[in-house]
Ligand binder design. Sequence first.
Ligand SMILES: [Zn+2]
Length: 403
Amino acid sequence: MLIKNVRIENSKNTSDIRVEEGMIREIGGHLEPLENEDVVEGQGGLALPPFVDCHVHLDTCLSLDRTGPNLSGTLFEGIRVWSEYRKKLDKEEVKERALRTLCMYRKKGVQYIRSHVDISNDLTAFEALLEIKEQVRDEIEIQLAAFPQDGVMTSEKVRRNLEEAVAMGADVIGGIPHFELTREYGEKSIQYIMELAQKYDKLVDLHCDEIDDDQSRFLEVLAAKAYETGMGAKVSASHTTAMHSYNNAYCNKLFRVLSMSGINIIANPLVNVNLQGRFDTYPKRRGITRVKELSENNINVSMGHDDIYDPFYPLGNGDMTQVLLMGLHLCHMMGYRELNDSYRIITHNGAKTLNLSAQQYGIAAGRPANFNILKGRNFFEALREREGIQYCVRKGKIIYRKE
Ligand SMILES: [Zn+2]
């Protein structure tokens, strides 16, 4: 297949991309079609590597019809509603919802996903998603994070489930230090999770400081451990919304540890702005981590959808440009260059967070033919007009085409 006239990652000039046997064979300014070669006219549109959603919960997505509503819209009611529903979780029902969710993602050009899966109560959802991960592998690559939603320090059962999920094939070990009963338990949970990850050579991704409490400071503990153990970029901290409320002097100190550690930060703007600031009157905090300042300090920041139509977030359709757009507004990243370059947050930065190999990701000859073509000469235009994805190419095949 020959894709004609696309602008690769904001390039001013157009290129043609030749795809053979699932790989990008050749990229050039003007390639002639071979005999019997399919030709796709890119019309000067923008070619980007696939979008990466670094943080979602496929076990809860699209469950809102079944769980019943979250009337207050708060995190605490969300956890209460979900905890009630998860007692009677059915494996087939989880798989059916996950497949529908992945279908939405596919149309939005997302080909890499990290999904947390709650293992606190039992491993039903985890088993379901292990099967789904294999089933969809040709179209979407999924990393599964075993997520102890209830915290690990007060429950032997949760620790047992977590270790079993790791043995069953979790890619990532999750945790939630700020939700543990005490600050001390939070620190101990990080120690326990990091030791487990080292023992089994897994990645780590914690729900970290997802609270407006400026005293919630587990990120520095996690970053210090990532630094000391040398795990570095294998470690991610999701949310870190408390950073919104830290004083600037502390943030300055914190950024040094973050830089030394090489840790990744994952912001979830749609859900953060929905769930944070709920205890504020006015002015209300935006409750998102400092994406702009972290990026300026060369700390890798990516983004996640977190929830789609579930007790924690009632909207969403798998569109990472919508997630990004909310983040850019909330973080005052609306300068032309910031907007134009921001595609990196939901592409390359996400790939780095997921520890994808450089040879597996990106539009270059010799790499797998995975990419999207969007309308617009550059990402600024694509984001402004948001006409959506024109083509999604995966392993050299068009898996979605806008009619
Ligand atoms: Zn989450």
